[in-house]
Design a protein around this ligand. Structure first.
Ligand SMILES: *[C@@H]1O[C@H](CO)[C@@H](O)[C@H](O)[C@H]1NC(C)=O
Ligand SMILES: *[C@@H]1O[C@H](CO)[C@@H](O)[C@H](O)[C@H]1NC(C)=O
Ligand SMILES: *[C@@H]1O[C@H](CO)[C@@H](O)[C@H](O)[C@H]1NC(C)=O
Length: 564
């Protein structure tokens, strides 16, 4: 190819910066190694483009047809690497099929060991041939970097693995465990829920969701004689994990993790000691490992024996356990799960009768705590406060059990609040078995609210209790949907303050009207009572609407708590 053509093409290739034109210097090597374009910005996560090959086996000297296809793209960069050492230099060489859109590049040592685009013209499909070298590794994987637009690009999209025939011979049993991790490869099938409850034991969140969908966490166990085939799927860019536990607490558990790193998924086991980062086992006892990562949904599947006496951390699967399902970010280290892990509501024997169950991300005691607090502070307190403030004149002539009606209503509501708050108050302490240091200010404010509720059962408790509720709604143990919870709470505060202000303005106008009538000294008595009656009717209508509104807010919050 003529020199200017190469120069333009190389300059165009996003991985190579302008200064390298014509000179295979360090920067070329760098792009050859990292396959990252010099655009700035970070690569996209779920690839849209796929690499396909026409054969999965090769011998030295064979040629394999390699295609890269997908939605319109501008730039690309294809290499073949040792599948066991994806960080190592490119292997083999390429032959072009289409000189108009593709060109050969020389990376580090191997000449023609990479292919890239010649221009920014949009393309959908690129075909090249890869020639296997004499010293090829046993297993070779194709990798591609694709640039859709300047800032939209994918790096090292994993392609198919091709292998030399003798590499396919069965590995000796003694190596099976350490090989399991490195021989894992993408699967094309998507786990489905068709056998749930019949042939396999499933855990789904939300209940009965479809594992292919973008918001479904799915875990299934298929018991086959002495082994169990396990599938896990869920929306996560980082990791998905499940664990068997003797209790509903993290610690002392047998955990299985699928960790997505750089578009490759590692399946590992870990023994969870405390509530901290899991230490991944160097060796694991998993077989038939495969995985898939597409559209933000991570899936993996593997098999293990029911009993694994040789591995100390692995539990026997013919007993009952609580099962945890968690997800979170993974960047080198496994980070804390996004929200509280899903925990089954009881002990389950996954090798026993197949079942199809759900689970909850919030412990029942904490849900009850939240629900009681919402009932107390959205209905009883706020209505009680409004009654005391504005309904003295309205209900002062009606009596209930020897006391004025407004006072009886007010006292009943406030007493209910104290009872509900007291019951609710002890639940988190029962759940934690003491003080929680992970809940921030919430427990401190909660104690303040409790004190105010008991010693000054009036307006004073209202404001700190609202702050406490705002902080409590986002605690991991009861994580209501974001940002819905904050908006709903702001909506409720606006509703309460709005009603308050409306009644305040109304009282002020009523007093003014009465004053005007008194000044005129015309039909004083009659007008006064009619004006007052009018005012009372208005207040009662406002109270009715206010109570209905509160009930709507309460139902919304209770439904949200129930769904966590
Ligand atoms: C795959 O493509 C190569 C290169 O064109 C060709 O030699 C080989 O026969 C093809 N294999 C199959 C199975 O079509
Ligand atoms: C689910 O998988 C089974 C086999 O694993 C298959 O027979 C069935 O057709 C699949 N169902 C759907 C809806 O894909
Ligand atoms: C669990 O199920 C297996 C298979 O049905 C059975 O052998 C085992 O005894 C069960 N374990 C418990 C604790 O029920």
């Amino acid at each position: 190819m003529e020199l200017p053509g190469i120069a333009v093409a190389i300059w165009m290739f996003v991985g190579l910066c302008a200064s390298v034109v014509g000179y295979p210097n360090g920067k070329v090597r760098e792009a050859c190694t990292s396959m990252v374009p010099c655009h700035g910005g970070s690569p996209q996560l779920s690839p849209e483009h796929a690499i396909t090959v026409n054969e999965t086996e090769f011998k030295p000297g064979d040629s394999i047809e390699v295609r890269l296809s997908g939605p319109d793209f501008e730039g690309f960069f294809i290499q073949a690497r040792d599948a066991e050492h994806l960080g190592s230099p490119a292997v083999g060489s390429f032959v072009l099929a289409d000189r108009r859109h593709s060109q050969l590049l020389t990376c580090v040592v191997g000449s023609n060991s990479a292919v890239s685009h010649t221009s920014k013209a949009k393309k959908k499909d690129i075909k090249v041939y890869w020639i296997a070298p004499g010293d090829a590794p046993k297993r070779v994987q194709f990798l591609a970097t694709v640039v859709k637009k300047y800032r939209i690009f994918w790096v090292k999209i994993p392609g198919p693995i091709v292998s030399q025939p003798d590499a396919l011979s069965p590995t000796p049993p003694s190596h099976a465990t350490s090989e399991a991790m490195s021989t894992s490869h993408p699967v094309s099938h998507i786990s489905n829920a068709s056998g749930c409850g019949m042939t396999k034991f499933c855990i789904r969140n939300p209940a009965n969701c479809d594992p292919g969908s973008a918001s479904c966490f799915f875990l299934s166990f298929q018991h086959e004689e002495s082994s169990v085939f396990i599938e896990m799927s869920g929306p996560s860019e980082g990791y998905l994990a499940f664990a068997f536990s003797h209790d509903q607490w993290m610690g002392g558990d047998d955990a299985y993790l699928c960790v997505n790193e750089d578009h490759r998924v590692h399946v590992s086991t870990a023994h969870l000691k405390e509530r901290s980062h899991p230490l991944l086992d160097a060796e694991n006892a998993l077989e038939d490992v495969s995985w898939r990562f597409a559209d933000g949904v991570l899936q993996c599947s593997f098999r293990r024996s029911v009993r694994l006496p040789a591995y100390t951390g692995r539990f026997n699967l013919d007993t009952s356990y609580y099962i945890f399902l968690a997800d979170g970010e993974a960047s080198g280290l496994i980070h804390k799960h996004h929200c509280q892990p899903l925990v089954t509501d009881g002990l389950y024997n996954i090798t026993g009768l197949p079942q199809d169950i759900g689970g909850s991300r919030a412990p029942r005691l904490i849900k009850a705590h939240g629900a009681l607090m919402f009932i107390a502070w959205i209905t009883t307190v706020s209505i009680g406060v409004i009654v005391a403030r504005f309904f003295k004149p309205v209900w002062s002539h009606s009596f209930l059990l020897g006391k004025e009606l407004w006072f009886q209503v007010h006292r009943m509501l406030m007493l209910t609040t104290v009872i509900l708050t007291s019951i609710s108050f002890v639940l988190p302490f029962v759940y934690r078995g003491g003080w929680s240091h992970q809940a921030g200010f919430h427990p401190y404010l909660g104690c303040a609210v409790m004190a105010l509720t008991i010693f000054q059962p009036l307006m004073a408790g209202f404001r700190p209790s609202l702050v406490t509720m705002f902080l409590g709604m986002d605690l991991p143990a009861l994580d209501l949907p974001d940002p819905w919870d904050t908006y709903a709470m702001i909506g409720f505060v606006a509703w309460h303050v709005g009603t308050d202000v409306l009644l305040e303005i109304h009282s002020y106008c009523l007093i003014r009207k009465v004053e005007v009538i008194e000044d005129d000294r015309v039909q004083i008595l009659q007008s006064l009572t009619s004006a007052e009656a009018e005012g009372h009717l208005f207040k009662q209508i406002v109270l009715t609407i206010y109570v209905c509104g509160n009930i709507v807010f309460l139902v919304a919050f209770l439904v949200a708590i129930n769904q966590v």
